[in-house]
Design a binder for this molecule. Structure first.
Ligand SMILES: Cc1cc2nc3c(=O)[nH]c(=O)nc-3n(C[C@H](O)[C@H](O)[C@H](O)COP(=O)(O)OP(=O)(O)OC[C@H]3O[C@@H](n4cnc5c(N)ncnc54)[C@H](O)[C@@H]3O)c2cc1C
Ligand SMILES: *[C@@H]1O[C@H](CO)[C@@H](O)[C@H](O)[C@H]1NC(C)=O
Ligand SMILES: *[C@@H]1O[C@H](CO)[C@@H](O)[C@H](O)[C@H]1NC(C)=O
Ligand SMILES: *[C@@H]1O[C@H](CO)[C@@H](O)[C@H](O)[C@H]1NC(C)=O
Ligand SMILES: *[C@@H]1O[C@H](CO)[C@@H](O)[C@H](O)[C@H]1NC(C)=O
Ligand SMILES: *[C@@H]1O[C@H](CO)[C@@H](O)[C@H](O)[C@H]1NC(C)=O
Ligand SMILES: *[C@@H]1O[C@H](CO)[C@@H](O)[C@H](O)[C@H]1NC(C)=O
Length: 517
């Protein structure tokens, strides 16, 4: 982290008014701006880009707690290789805007082949054909397609949602063996980061359809760029002229006061930022954990929506060995004999086309297993990690790793988890309420808006969801600033293109038909 006060040079260029101690050479204590963007992840950057390029609004400021933009897209070095602690895949290439940006900026990525996989149990590799492979095939080829059609029927008929577990059960899936647990985990938890019993049946399948079928190309590519996946966000932000004059880095917002007349944010370093309107892009986890307080408290319908949606945790654990002891596959699936979700998915990066010769592989744990792992010491977790590998490959073949690193997302007050999952028992109305603005009787008087990965109806949990939500929120705010919330020809186009991907927007003004209850 850069020292507090390192925002000073960029402030010099600020077009915003600066009051207070600045004249006496101390850091300024009050800043004013028209639109304050709270958080500089994909959503905040996308909103800023849209305000600037689509609405010609230049008086905006991003306030970000970290030393750089990018939020949940973060890479770290292990053995001089870059690995991603957060987002890693470009999911569903088709119309995914992140795919277009990755190509534009030359961010290195490659096809990620989920079928290039070896299956393991406690007794080691199960061979070419075994019960684990059989269970995965049955889930993917028989159960899931049937469940997809069934969820679609429920939605069309207006029937209430189920849990994913119940939806699967109604379509012939009733896991009772370690192999079936692992197969279910690989197809469900490893994507949603929560088990089927906690997930919405319709919400899960609708989201799957949108990213992987509606996008026109269900291919997943994985980013392996030495400068990190974050380049997609950093370079998109750099397109904004004089970017530094629009960003305050290293400023942790601790409370947000909102009213009809505007929004005031206070940071832990004593800075006050006053804005006519603000867009809060902090993660759902941050909102759920009261890391930032709102004054007055948010309305109860908003609090209910925030409380009921799920912030999940998807934790990647990386190790580097002197040399690889695995074969040339991209994935290893492990069925633990007595604990569902115990180190089930492994990804060797030392495999052809990836980081050959690196000795790196990583495991992913989610949900309760991730919470457990985050509370272990590094050494405790390393012992569990190596223990599973020794069951898979044999004691003699697995040495101690030379490096071992992992993030603790849930304990990080800037994130409090990794991405959202549509929980069983969450209504469409609650999902819409998460992004409805507050601050006025009418939306035209709203001052505080909400946006993020979590407000995306179709792409919650994904980087492309954050991208579209930022754009959509910016277009609504621009309409309110420029036309008292009345859309014009110009912005209708912007909205349409955003709405194709995120059709349900703000609560009163933009309310739309609800497709399932
Ligand atoms: C482990 C993991 C794996 C993922 N895998 C994928 C994937 O493979 N593909 C994919 O498409 N998506 C993936 N995602 C999801 C994707 O990363 C997110 O959807 C997206 O980055 C969210 O962007 P955001 O701007 O909405 O939120 P954030 O990135 O969380 O941005 C919010 C910003 O607010 C800042 N902030 C928080 N609190 C404060 C405060 N008090 N004061 C000031 N600033 C604050 C944060 O530092 C952050 O920069 C993954 C995420 C994680 C964590
Ligand atoms: C953008 O706004 C500025 C004034 O703020 C104006 O001079 C300029 O012409 C505008 N550009 C466009 C494309 O509308
Ligand atoms: C580390 O990686 C970077 C980027 O891939 C490369 O330029 C550099 O030469 C590497 N350094 C060493 C010591 O291998
Ligand atoms: C998902 O897509 C399948 C195949 O196109 C379709 O049959 C089903 O109705 C869709 N389900 C939902 C919930 O959208
Ligand atoms: C999806 O896109 C990738 C990258 O452009 C391409 O290689 C692949 O063939 C496409 N797949 C389909 C099914 O269109
Ligand atoms: C917000 O934080 C500031 C700075 O720490 C503090 O002075 C103020 O009392 C807080 N306001 C509220 C409403 O909590
Ligand atoms: C790896 O390949 C070797 C040689 O082909 C084979 O004997 C071994 O069983 C394979 N192991 C795994 C886990 O696939």
């Amino acid at each position: 982290m850069a020292p507090v006060g390192s925002f000073l040079p960029s402030l010099a260029a600020l077009s915003a008014c600066i009051y207070g101690a600045a004249a006496q050479g101390r850091p300024p204590s009050v800043i004013e701006t028209e639109v304050l963007i709270l958080g500089g992840g994909m959503t905040g950057v996308s909103a800023a880009h849209s305000l600037y390029f689509e609405s010609n609004i230049t008086d905006f400021l991003i306030v970000e707690a970290r030393h750089e933009l990018g939020g949940r897209v973060q890479n770290h070095r292990i053995g001089n290789y870059s690995v991603e602690f957060g987002a890693n895949w470009i999911q569903g290439l088709g119309q995914n805007p992140i795919w277009a940006l990755a190509q534009k900026y030359g961010v290195k990525n490659r096809y990620s082949n989920w079928a290039n996989i070896d299956y393991f149990t406690k007794d080691g590799w199960e061979g070419e054909d075994g019960p684990l492979r059989e269970a995965v095939t049955r889930y993917e080829e028989d159960v899931f397609p049937q469940a997809m059609a069934d969820a679609g029927r429920r939605k069309e008929m207006g029937l209430p949602d189920l849990s994913m577990k119940a939806g699967l059960k109604m379509n012939g899936w009733n896991p009772t063996t370690p192999e079936e647990w692992a197969a279910e985990y690989f197809s469900h938890d490893w994507e949603q980061a929560e088990p089927p019993i906690e997930s919405s049946f319709i919400g899960t399948i609708e989201a799957y359809n949108e990213s992987f079928i509606e996008s026109g190309n269900s291919t997943n590519n994985i980013v392996i760029d030495p400068k990190g996946y974050k380049q997609v966000i950093l370079q998109y932000a750099e397109e904004i002229p004089d970017l530094d004059s629009h960003v305050l880095y290293n400023q942790v917002v601790e409370n947000i006061t909102w009213s009809k007349t505007g929004v005031v944010a206070h940071t832990t370093s004593g800075l006050t930022i006053r804005a006519k309107r603000a867009l809060c892009t902090f993660s759902l986890g941050v909102l759920q954990n009261n890391d930032v307080t709102f004054s007055p408290a948010l309305p109860s319908w908003k609090q209910e929506a925030i409380a009921n949606f799920h912030m999940a945790t998807y934790m990647k654990i990386f190790a580097r060995f002197d040399k690889k002891f695995w074969n040339d596959t991209e994935f290893l699936l492990y069925a633990d004999p007595d604990e569902r979700g115990y180190f089930p998915v492994w990804q060797p990066l030392d495999t052809p086309g990836f980081y050959e010769g690196s000795g790196i592989l990583f495991a992913t744990v989610t949900g309760d297993q991730a919470y457990h792992a985050e509370f272990q010491t590094d050494d405790e977790l390393k012992a569990e990690f190596v223990g599973v590998l020794r069951d898979m490959f044999g004691k003699d073949r697995v040495p101690e790793p030379v490096e071992f690193i992992f993030p603790r997302w849930t304990r990080d007050p800037l994130f409090r988890g990794t991405f959202t999952n549509w929980g069983a028992g969450v209504t469409v109305r609650q999902q819409e309420d998460m992004k409805a603005p507050v601050g006025g009787e009418l939306d035209s008087e709203a001052t505080l808006w909400f946006s993020g990965e979590h407000t995306s109806r179709k792409y919650f949990g994904y980087l492309h969801g954050a991208f579209w939500e930022g754009k959509l929120a910016a277009s609504h705010i621009a309409d309110c600033i420029l036309r008292n919330c009345i859309t014009s020809e110009g912005t209708i186009n912007v909205k349409r293109s955003a709405e194709e991907f995120a059709p349900s927007s703000g609560r009163k003004l933009y309310r739309r038909r609800r497709m399932w209850s």
